[in-house]
Each structure stands twice: as structure tokens, then as C-alpha cells.
Ligand binder design. Structure first.
Ligand SMILES: Cc1cc2nc3c(=O)[nH]c(=O)nc-3n(C[C@H](O)[C@H](O)[C@H](O)COP(=O)(O)OP(=O)(O)OC[C@H]3O[C@@H](n4cnc5c(N)ncnc54)[C@H](O)[C@@H]3O)c2cc1C
Length: 422
């Protein structure tokens, strides 16, 4: 086994051309031990761990693309600094190490641009041969997988790690689907807040994305109203006393700060969460990530109109704008609607699956059913990041979960993985 990742020009190119029949097995010496789809925090972290373990690993996709192109400019990270490190085995490539190298002062909350630059630096330092091409299709070969990249180049791998994020999972309530994209947009689709300055914007939702977008819009001069179903907005860290009890606080909250007192500690142990019956696990998960805004948001929203306890019942395009009707019978006229309505994991929405492979993957309501080492019902196929949160708990929705996920994945692959394909 060699210890290198493959770059665009080094990638293993077979003699077969895209579209021609591909021999199913055995896998060749030169194939990748593991390929990773997606170069966000989870993909980068997993690649760094697998590479350090001596595997021949390839990582595909534009680094940090979701953060760089889908999050609103000016955004601040909700996660604390200690929970915003992309994990790798040496622990020399932390956010703080990047800031020192780049001559940036440590800031909390962490600005989006700093986090994106940190991810790019992490990639250049540890995975210089990353292949920025997207994976267009994936096929199961029996043992192993065949990927086809966006330009038609085929790649074969023994194990496949899907770290493709939540991009395709936006939840768009049906009453908005008939409106044009120029009038309605999801918060996770790269909202350019500056283009909406001086416009009337209704933001729907009560989570961090909705509330932060509303604050950013207000600050660029938009006329904003937030409409939320819950009776009152919630803020993270509503119980400062519990956070300031010294060692007692450490018993109640993990440094990742995902979830309320007590649950926060449980969430930090995904191997334990995995053993909890699904029904209870689901309750823990939804409680830990219920809609709430960071404690630094209320001051920024003081002058923003907020309507809670109401939902939108109809939405129509009218005179170049949008007319909304609420369940109390009142109406709103607005230029633009921004949906902070979250996302629903459904792995069938990844466009790269072959029909045959997709049918082989056991799922629980759209999430892959996973065993130890993040392995799905298809031998050698792993999922990390938000798609693993149904099995391993809500830590997997956040960057803080990269440490557990990468160690667990690498340990499984190194102990049992590649050998079984030899
Ligand atoms: C508005 C917002 C704010 C957030 N704030 C925080 C925060 O403060 N702290 C925190 O911990 N988490 C935060 N999150 C959650 C955050 O999305 C995850 O923590 C993190 O992005 C997970 O990393 P990932 O690598 O799984 O996914 P991503 O970062 O989404 O990376 C997946 C990558 O895969 C790529 N990809 C998809 N398909 C392919 C393909 N076929 N070929 C190649 N590449 C592909 C995508 O383009 C993407 O770049 C936030 C999320 C949102 C939407």
C-alpha cells in the first residue's frame, strides 16, 4: 500500500472508456483503498486519518464548497471555537494553528471566511493531491465500487466513504414550490444578502440560519420580518448559571455544546447514543437540535419585526412580489421569501447512485442504516456527517463530530476493511 492521495493527473486511469462495460472484479493493485465523495470538514478529516493510517485514499470534490458558496457572507459560526476544529491525528492542524500561521487574531464567534480559509489551509497542508472534480456516478462492483468523475474519468476503489453533506436535502414546504427562484430561496442556497438590501424580505423559520440571515439582511438595509411557528424564539445558552458552575458545568455540558444540560454529555458519546433504542434516540436528537439562535443574535434582531406562533397558509406571486396569507387571516406583501425551514436527510437525493446500488442500501426514513465504523448495509460503503446522525446522534450534524467519525471509520477500515477485498 502506498501513502498518497491521487490528483487530477495522477489519478488511476483505466483503459476503459466511460460508458463501456467494466470488468466487475478482482480489483487491481492500483485501485484506491478508499475513495471519499465530498471535501467538506467530514471528507477532509476522514481523508487525513485514512492517509495517516497508510491507505491509498482519494478525495473528490471542491474543498469547503458548501461553506464557501452556500452560506451567507458575513455569517458567524454557531459552534464554539473548541468545536470548530477539523480533526486529524497529529492535532497540529487546529483552527488556532491556522490563525497563528495566517497571522489572524483568534475570534469568537468564528467568522465564516476564517473557517473557509482554515479548511482550505488544512487541505493544502494535509491533502495536496485532492481531486476537485465531482463524482458523477457510483456503481457497485461486487467487491468495491466504480466511480465516474464529472469529465467521464472512471476510478475504482475498495471502500467508498460518502461525505457529501446536506446540499440536496433542503426542506421546501409545498406551498412555496410553485414560486420562482427569484422570489423564494432556501437559506442554504447561498443567499446574497446584499442583493436584497432595500427590499422587503420575509424570513420563515426560527433556527440559527433563519435568524442569522434576518440579522444580516437587516444590517444591509432590507425591510425584514421573521415568521415562526413556535410561540416564542429560543436562544442557545438560555441558562448561563448552569454554564458557570465550574466542574459541575463540565458534568452537564460537553465542550461541543450540542444540546441542553445532561443531553449535551450524552450526545458527545456517539457510540453510546448508537445503543439507545431508535425511538428514544430520535427524541434526544430532535431535542438537541431544536430550532434556536445563538446568544449573540437577539441584540442584532432588536429592530426586526418578529411574528411567532403563526404559519403561512398560502403564497402567490403578485405584481412582481409575493403575497402571503397567515393562519390568523392576516396577509403580507413582500419582495422575497427566505426559507429557513431546515433540511430532511434523504440519501436517494444524491444524484450519483446507480439504481441498483441505491436499492441495496438499507435506510431508516431516508437516513442510511449504519453499523459500527459507519458502514451501511452494503459492505464497504460508509456514510459520515449528517447522514449518520440518525444512528450516531446529533453530534454528527456538526464539525465537532469529525474527530469521532474519522477515528471510528479509520479503525474499522484498517482492522477489517481493505484486507477483505484482497
Ligand atoms: C447555515 C448553516 C450554518 C452552520 N453552522 C455550523 C456551525 O457553526 N458549526 C458546525 O459545526 N456546523 C454548522 N453547520 C452544519 C454544517 O453544515 C456541518 O457541520 C458541516 O458542513 C458538515 O460537514 P460535511 O463535510 O459533512 O458537509 P459539507 O460541508 O456540506 O461538505 C460536503 C461537500 O461534499 C460536496 N459534494 C456533494 N456531492 C458531491 C459529489 N458528487 N462529488 C464531489 N463532491 C460532492 C459538497 O459540494 C460539499 O462541499 C451549519 C450548517 C448550515 C447550513
Amino acid at each position: 500500500m502506498t501513502t498518497s492521495t491521487l490528483g487530477p493527473h495522477e489519478a488511476h486511469v483505466t483503459s476503459e472508456h466511460h460508458g463501456r462495460a467494466f470488468p466487475p472484479s478482482p480489483l487491481a493493485e492500483t485501485d484506491l483503498d478508499a475513495a471519499i465523495i465530498g471535501a467538506g470538514p467530514y471528507g477532509l478529516s476522514a481523508a487525513a486519518h485514512l492517509k495517516a493510517a497508510g491507505l491509498k485514499v482519494g478525495i473528490f470534490g471542491r474543498p469547503m464548497d458548501f461553506w464557501a458558496s452556500k452560506m451567507p457572507a458575513g455569517m458567524l459560526l454557531r459552534s464554539p471555537r473548541v468545536a470548530s476544529n477539523i480533526a486529524e491525528p497529529s492535532r497540529n492542524f487546529s483552527l488556532a494553528a491556522f490563525e497563528t500561521t495566517a497571522g489572524l487574531p483568534p475570534r469568537a464567534p468564528v467568522p465564516l471566511e476564517t473557517f473557509v480559509a482554515y479548511g482550505h489551509w488544512f487541505q493544502r497542508q494535509l491533502l495536496p493531491n485532492l481531486d476537485a472534480r465531482e463524482v458523477a456516478s457510483v456503481e457497485h462492483l461486487g467487491p468495491g465500487f466504480r466511480l465516474v468523475l464529472e469529465d467521464g474519468e472512471p476510478i475504482r476503489c475498495k471502500r467508498l466513504v460518502v461525505a457529501a453533506g446536506i446540499g440536496p436535502f433542503q426542506r421546501i414546504p409545498s406551498l412555496f414550490t410553485s414560486l420562482p427562484g427569484s422570489q423564494v430561496q432556501h437559506c442554504y442556497s447561498g443567499c446574497d444578502v446584499k442583493s436584497l438590501s432595500k427590499k422587503r424580505v420575509v424570513v420563515i423559520g426560527a433556527g440559527q440560519s433563519a435568524l442569522e440571515c434576518a440579522a444580516l439582511l437587516h444590517e444591509v438595509g432590507s425591510d425584514v420580518e421573521i415568521i415562526a411557528r413556535i410561540p416564542a424564539l429560543r436562544w442557545i445558552g438560555q441558562h448561563p448559571v448552569l454554564h458557570n458552575l465550574g466542574p459541575i458545568s463540565s458534568l452537564l455540558y460537553s465542550p461541543h455544546d450540542v444540546g441542553p444540560a445532561g443531553i449535551s454529555r450524552l450526545v458527545a458519546a456517539p457510540n453510546l447514543v448508537m445503543r439507545i433504542p431508535l425511538k428514544l434516540r430520535d427524541r434526544i436528537r430532535t431535542r438537541a437540535v431544536r430550532p434556536a439562535g445563538s446568544k449573540w443574535l437577539p441584540a442584532r434582531l432588536e429592530k426586526v419585526k418578529i411574528t411567532t406562533g403563526r404559519s403561512v397558509t398560502s403564497a402567490h406571486s403578485e405584481h412582481g412580489g409575493v403575497r402571503l396569507r397567515l393562519d390568523d387571516g392576516t396577509e403580507r406583501s413582500t419582495d422575497h421569501v427566505l426559507l429557513g425551514t431546515g433540511y430532511s436527510v434523504d440519501i436517494s437525493r444524491y444524484s450519483f447512485w446507480s439504481e441498483q446500488l441505491l436499492q441495496q442500501i438499507a435506510t431508516i426514513d431516508g437516513y442510511p442504516a449504519l453499523q459500527t465504523g459507519f458502514e451501511s448495509s452494503v459492505s464497504g460503503l460508509h456514510f459520515i456527517g449528517a447522514t449518520a446522525a440518525r444512528c450516531y446522534g446529533p453530534l454528527l450534524y456538526f464539525v465537532a463530530g469529525t474527530d469521532f467519525a474519522s477515528r471510528e471509520l479509520t479503525s474499522k477500515i484498517v482492522k477489517r476493511g481493505v484486507r477483505s477485498f484482497a
